[in-house]
Every structure is written in C-alpha cells, then in structure tokens.
Design a protein around this ligand. Structure first.
Ligand code: IPM
Ligand code: MG
Length: 354
C-alpha cells in the first residue's frame, strides 16, 4: 500500500497523525504500508511557492492512494487566487481525475443525541452523498471579473456539464445503490437550469441499465429541506459539484458533528484521495482538540475502495464504534457523563481498540 500523505494546514497535521497511527497498526500486522509525505495547500505555498507543487503531483501520481488532512489558513486568505490553499485541493482533484466523491453520512447510535436534530429524526440514518467533483461551476469556462460598458464590475462563472461527465458519475451512483438500499435520488435544479435539464435526462437514460434501482429526482432546494425534515428517506443522493458541496455539509450535521464525516474521491480505476469533509479549522489548530475520527474513517474508506480490503475497513469502523461506546469524546461531540479527550488521546484509543 503505497500512500501519499498530505497533511496540509491548520488541524490537518494533527488529525492525519492519528490516522497514521491506525495505518501503523495495520503495518505491524504484516500489511505492507509505505508512507510518503508531501505538501499541499498553504504548506505547499510555504515550501514551494505553489499550493500544489509539482513534487506533490508526482508523489500523488506514483502512489496507490492519497491521504489528505485539510487546507487553508488565515495567513493565505489575502494571496492572489491561484496561490490560495483551496486551489491545491481543486487542482489535485482535477490532476488525478477524481470525479466521484463519496460522502457517507451515517449516525452512530452513541451520537444520535449529539445532533442538533431530534434523535428520533436522525437515529439509524445512513445516506451516501455522491458528488461529482471535477466539473460544474467549479471548473466551467469562461469565468472571471470584468467591467461592463458602463464601467460597473461584474463577476461571472459558467455552470457546465457534458453528457459523458454526467453519465460516468451516474454509473457510479447506480452501482453504489445496487450495493446498498437500491434507491437513488438525483438532485438538480431542472426547473431553472439548462445544465440540470441535461443532467436529469442523462441520469434517466442510464437508469434503464439498472432496472433494480428505484430512481427519483428532486430539486436541490427541496432536497436541502428534506434532509432536515426526514433524512432517512434517502439512500444514495447523486448530485453535481456545487450542490453536493452544500448538501454534504448540511448532511454532516445530522450525524452530530462535521468532525465525523470521511470522504473518498475516486478516479475511473478506484485510485483515490481520502480526506475528512471538514476544513482546516485554523481557530483550533495546534490545540489538540480537533476530532480525528473523520480522518481515521477516511482510512477505512481507503482500504475499502482502493485496496479492496472490506475486512480491514470494517475493523477500523468497529474500532471507532467501540471507542465511542467506551465514552471517548472530543469537544465537538462531548456530552455530560462522557470522557473528554484530545486529538492524540482519541487516536490512541482507536488504535488500541483496533
Ligand atoms: C469541500 C470543500 C472544498 C470544495 C473547498 C475547500 C475548495 O468545501 O471539499 O467540500 O468546495 O470542494
Ligand atoms: Mg465543502
């Protein structure tokens, strides 16, 4: 298992260090784990003047999988856009062709009461948000800032999806649904956007190849509402880059904390980049309070999707479950009567149970 490790910025290095503890346990058991570290985001800018240095690209291409922490920090907020940490993330996704972003949101029974929603609304929740990751308004051209003839400033972006881009993510969605509850809800804004009209058409065509999957369509505003009204109605939610960005943050809060959600970004051959869905949280960086579980659970996804090791994946997930059942909580998921621990202690607790 040749893994490129890119800790990034803010809490990135602390949480990645806990995930590495988990990989070390696997390594001691005899799995061949090879870690190579690289820089991305602000760390890339500091080291090489580029949020996605050429050396990091090379490392990522040569590895079987990439483990990433998070990018971004106050210090970089005033840099010109091409130098900003977020560009590192967008560029590595594009560079590696990682078009399929899997963001599962499931509620651990122990944390059902940590959600801001009532436990009876979220208990037993198990959704997979499948977000297209290399197209849409994030990458569409043209985009820019310009002046109108009247001299007023104008900003513009292009929302764009080609048929083949929609088709390939739709196939991933239907295949994922086949392995789960066999229900796929495609989320768009077809009542307003041309991009979404095409999206809906193509998804409907592809659905014919998967007669066992029940397909439904939902407008994104309604989907945002349904996610807090009755989230358990969903199995797989398939959507574009922009809507998926927003809906996955929303869905994370159903689970108790954004600090719990892992993600996998896959190319057409299951090479993947694995990262927590949360950001670099510069306000709590270096304080040993960040929740490392999303990153640890990202390693489980790595075993499942890049190394075809379902057993290893489930062992990590069970170790996390046991740690929660034993009462360990970082600040973000803390409740009265539980054991409050820091980032490192949480990592140790999971590694011990593994
Ligand atoms: C995410 C993040 C990124 C995105 C940012 C940091 C560019 O919000 O992974 O969801 O918008 O994709
Ligand atoms: Mg986001």
């Amino acid at each position: 298992m040749k893994i490129a490790v890119l800790p990034g910025d803010g809490i990135g290095p602390e949480i990645v260090a806990q995930a590495v503890k988990v990989l070390e346990v696997l390594s001691k058991e005899g799995r061949n784990v090879e870690l190579e570290y690289g820089e991305i985001g602000g760390a890339g800018y500091d080291a090489a003047g580029d949020p996605y240095p050429a050396a990091t690209s090379k490392l990522a291409h040569e590895a079987d999988a990439v483990l990433l922490g998070a990018v971004g920090g106050y210090r970089y907020d005033t840099l010109p856009r091409p130098m900003r940490p977020e560009q590192g993330l967008l560029r590595i996704r594009k560079d590696l062709g990682l078009f399929a972003n899997l963001r599962p949101a499931s509620v651990y029974p122990e944390l059902a009461s940590a959600s801001t929603l009532r436990p009876d609304v979220v208990a037993g929740l198990d959704i997979l948000i499948l977000r297209e990751l290399t197209g849409d308004i994030y990458f569409g051209q043209p985009r820019g800032l310009r002046r109108t003839v009247d001299g007023e400033r104008e900003g513009y972006d292009t929302m764009l999806y080609s048929e083949s881009e929609i088709a390939r993510i739709a196939h991933v969605g239907f295949r994922a649904a086949m392995k789960r509850g066999r229900r796929l809800c495609s989320v768009d804004k077809a009542n307003v956007l041309e991009t979404s009209v095409l999206w809906r058409e193509v998804v409907t065509e592809i659905a014919k190849e998967y007669p066992e999957v029940e397909l439904s369509h939902m407008y994104v505003d309604n989907a945002a509402m349904q996610l807090v009204r009755n989230p358990r109605q969903f199995d797989v939610m398939l959507t574009g880059n922009m809507f998926g960005d927003i809906l996955s943050d929303e869905a994370s809060m159903l689970t108790g904390s954004i600090g719990m959600l892992p993600s996998a970004s896959l190319d057409a051959h299951s090479k993947g980049l694995y990262e927590p869905i949360h950001g670099s949280a510069p306000d709590i960086a270096g304080q040993n309070v960040a929740n490392p579980l999303a990153t640890i659970l990202s390693v489980a996804m790595m075993l499942r999707y890049s190394f075809d090791d379902e057993e290893g994946a489930q062992r990590i997930e069970n170790a996390v479950r046991k740690t929660l059942a034993d009462g360990y909580r970082t600040t973000d998921i803390f409740q009265e009567g539980m054991k409050k621990v820091g980032t490192k202690e949480m990592g140790d607790a999971v590694a011990a149970r593994l």
